[in-house]
Design a protein around this ligand. Structure first.
Ligand code: SAM
Length: 287
């Protein structure tokens, strides 16, 4: 058996096992060779790599990673896919399938037990309904992850990759870019999936920086400042920062002045660097 990424091969596997697609589990299987190659390139996949895949489906991407990587652990929630994966991944003794809900997996433990303690890469065509929680879980839970290369809904990729002052820039752009350099790896219009979803997708690469780029004294206050600033998009910072709940208007004016930020600016125009300067001053005023 070679690649599964043609419509014909996917249909054959699905029919043979009488598999029923679940819309609520975001089951849209990739049927485009070119995009698979771009995902592997975007992940800079090489033979020493330890990979976590979320949602292997019938194993289309998993097989291609199994051919190259040292080890692939693929976490799949749908138990009806497990016998299929057993067959499609049969020839790979470096691929392990775990039948669990990714949001309930202790990833640190999994990396310790199955992937030599890492480092790991997350490479996946993610189920749409939980894209952001999965990505944030990997970024925030102190997991030794170096690269996240994932297929997500186009609009989510645009938000993760957005620059200050653009319509897509918001708390998600900052949450991701605080940790990572971002890169659009490939476009995947809806016709590249079966069944065809009603949204287009993009493969985004999030490359986790080894060194901290931003000097933030208190991450909790940093993210609270970001959240308050984007709380009401059309408000000026002088007004929106009231949402922090512990600064008077005069104090906000003073904080902005110290940070060298015009009080009439709005949150969506601030760079992450400016947010870090601002939040460090806010942090010094926490009662
Ligand atoms: N990797 C396959 C491909 O590219 O063709 C399938 C991708 S499909 C978009 C998403 C996959 O994630 C499905 O196989 C689905 O069953 C699985 N999935 C959905 N929710 C999940 C969860 N909470 N934990 C683990 N896997 C999940």
């Amino acid at each position: 058996m070679d690649r599964l990424s043609s419509h014909r091969a996917t249909k054959e596997v699905v029919q043979k096992h009488n598999f029923k697609f679940s819309k609520s589990l975001g089951q849209n299987f990739l049927i485009d060779d070119n995009v698979i190659d771009k995902i592997l390139d975007g992940a800079r996949l090489s033979e020493g790599d330890n990979i976590i895949e979320v949602g292997p489906g019938i194993g289309t991407l998993t097989r291609e990673m199994g051919k190259v990587a040292q080890k692939v652990v693929a976490i799949e929630i749908d138990k009806s896919l497990i016998p299929i994966l057993k067959e499609t991944l049969d020839e790979f003794d470096n691929v392990e399938v775990v039948n669990k809900d990714i949001l309930r997996v202790n990833i640190q433990e999994l990396v310790e037990e199955k992937l030599n303690g890492g480092p790991v890469k997350l490479v996946a065509n993610l189920p749409y309904y939980i894209t952001t929680p999965i990505v944030m879980k990997f970024l925030e839970e102190d997991i030794p992850v170096t690269d996240i290369v994932v297929m997500v809904q186009k609009e989510v990729a645009d938000r993760m990759n957005a620059s200050p002052g653009t319509k897509d820039y918001g708390a998600l752009s900052i949450a991701v870019q605080y940790h990572c350099d971002t890169e659009i790896v490939a476009k995947a219009p809806r016709h590249m999936f079966v069944p065809q979803p009603n949204v287009d997708s993009t493969v985004i690469g999030l490359h986790v920086r080894e060194e901290r780029k931003y000097k933030v004294d208190n991450e909790e206050i940093f993210f609270k400042t970001v959240k308050a600033s984007f709380g009401q998009r059309r408000k000026t910072l002088l007004n929106s920062l009231g949402g922090l709940g512990f600064l008077t208007k005069d104090e906000i004016r003073e904080v902005l002045n110290q940070a060298n930020i015009d009080e009439k600016r709005r949150g969506e125009t601030l760079s992450i660097e400016e947010f870090s300067i601002l939040s460090n001053i806010v942090n010094s005023k926490v009662p």
